[in-house]
Design a protein around this ligand. Structure first.
Ligand code: EPU
Length: 441
């Protein structure tokens, strides 16, 4: 049975939240454990749905996953890895996209992988062509079978010279997870270099991998025959931190985000300051607050790291509905990430979405009929409404809009938010939000 949040808006969120390991690193570090010949320990693991999904998938493949009842640390033992039934994999994969990253490690561990048809947030087509091309370049044989894709490598994976058409996070991780134990050298150009990728490289290096990252988006991996385990503390979730930062701005609140790290959020912090948000940067976290005056409009383009991250865009747009003037946001990473603005418009926001590239650089989606530029005019008075959460970040944005709005909102589909925001209802309650949770029939 799913839950419904009834939110009574207008209360500034104030207090403290703790952000733990990054959703976009932790599941991948768990997958990396499969490459080792001894157990690994992963610390700072959040209780989110994606961690549950990967735990189940690894267990199906014979990996023992033990969770420390006090710290939540995971010990992952891959020494008895085995083939799993396709039906069981399909049943456990849920709507996660992580299974595609199991390919390289499974081929190294057991010689084959089966990947069910993938889900993930509804923010565009989210194809896996880069992943499959990468695997083929390592020598893998990719076959479409009913319900998914079967991948094998009769001669083992071999290092390759690979160039990505776009710096995809997932495809870069695919290369890293496949190349570390492949025979020979792999040189990847056009790689993504997000902090979560650098943290995955740190995990692999602890296991014995040899990986160097150049400043021109080239990553070089010298394959080694065997890897050991790792003991690693996952980097903090900068996307969750940025979401709470926007929540403070939208609700005219004041939130200390314990675990927010300046180094990984510099681009966000510059933008937050330009909008007029207040911040105090500390060693153990960052205080984000509304300074009481007006918010400033701005022109923004999302991009791969070190640009403004696409996952920061949606919560910040809610803040821009409250800025004095016209803001423009050009989304260049996903073709369809403005669907969430429909609900904001119903709440009273002034937002138009356009097919044209309204940015300084034409992107891959220009002239292709994708509504990927948004014009936001503020300030707008938001009023509560009924909302069905469309995707992870869009859903969080709806929540904070409802928390800032006058009147009551009824939000359904909130389980999607559990995919990436640990205990978000407890955190909201701790910040003083006024809401009830009931079960939907
Ligand atoms: N793409 C392709 N073909 C592929 C793979 C990607 O065309 O085979 C395209 C995508 O459609 C997209 C672009 O390349 O337009 C970038 O996608 P990328 O591969 O970088 O994204 P991802 O690895 O699937 C991760 C995060 C996303 C985050 C993006 C961008 C995870 C589990 N997900 O996705 O996080 O937005 O990188 O930084 O790490 C979120 O947290 O809400 C979220 C969606």
């Amino acid at each position: 049975m799913s839950s419904v949040l009834t939110i009574r808006g207008g209360v500034p969120l104030t207090g403290r939240v703790t952000v733990r390991g990054a959703k976009n690193l932790v599941p991948k570090a768990m997958v990396a454990a499969l490459l080792g010949n001894e157990p690994s320990v992963l610390r700072n693991v959040p209780e989110i749905k994606d961690v549950e999904v990967v735990t189940s998938l690894l267990q199906l493949h014979g990996v023992t996953v033990e969770k420390d009842p006090i710290t939540g640390d995971l010990t992952l033992d891959p020494t008895n890895a085995k083939t799993a039934s396709h039906t069981a994999i399909d049943a456990h994969a849920g709507d996660s996209r992580i299974p595609i990253l199991l390919c390289g490690p499974l081929i190294h561990a057991i010689g084959e992988a089966f990947i069910p048809d993938l889900g993930g947030c509804k923010i565009g087509d989210r194809p896996i062509d880069y992943h499959l091309n990468v695997l083929r370049q390592f020598g893998a044989v990719v076959e479409k079978r009913p319900g998914g894709i079967h991948i094998s490598a009769p001669g083992g994976l071999k290092g390759a010279k690979i160039s990505l058409p776009y710096p995809s996070v997932g495809a870069t991780e695919q290369v890293l997870l496949s190349a570390t134990r492949a025979e020979g050298i792999t040189e990847l150009s056009g790689a993504a270099t997000e902090p979560e990728i650098v943290d995955l490289i740190a995990v692999l290096q602890k296991m014995g991998a040899i990986i160097s990252v150049q400043t021109d988006r080239t990553i070089r991996i010298e394959g080694v025959p065997d890897l050991g385990g790792y003991n690693h503390r996952a980097l903090s979730d900068r996307n969750e931190s940025a979401s709470w930062a926007s929540a403070a701005l939208v609700t005219r609140g004041d939130i200390f985000v314990e675990g927010a790290t300046q180094r990984d959020m510099m681009t966000f912090l510059n933008t937050y300051r330009k909008v007029g948000g207040g911040m105090d940067i500390g060693d153990d976290g960052i205080r984000f607050y509304h300074k009481g005056g007006k918010l400033n409009p701005l022109v923004l383009e999302t991009d791969v790291h070190p640009g403004f991250m696409t996952d920061w865009q949606q919560p910040l747009i809610v803040a821009l509905t409250q800025a004095e003037g016209v803001s423009i946001v050009h989304e260049t990473v996903y073709e369809n990430r403005f669907g969430f603005t429909d609900a904001l418009i119903r709440m009273g926001a002034n937002i138009q979405v356009h097919r044209e590239c309204l940015g300084s650089v034409p992107c891959r989606f220009g002239q292709r009929n994708f509504l990927h530029s948004a014009v936001i005019s503020g300030p707008a008075q938001l009023t509560g409404t009924d909302i069905d959460v469309p995707d992870l970040r869009g859903g969080f944005s709806h929540l904070i809009a409802a928390l800032a709005a006058s009147g009551t909102s009824r939000v359904t589909g909130i389980d999607i938010i559990n995919r990436g925001y640990e205990r978000f209802t407890e955190k909201l309650a701790g910040l003083g939000a006024d809401f009830d949770i009931t079960s939907a029939e």
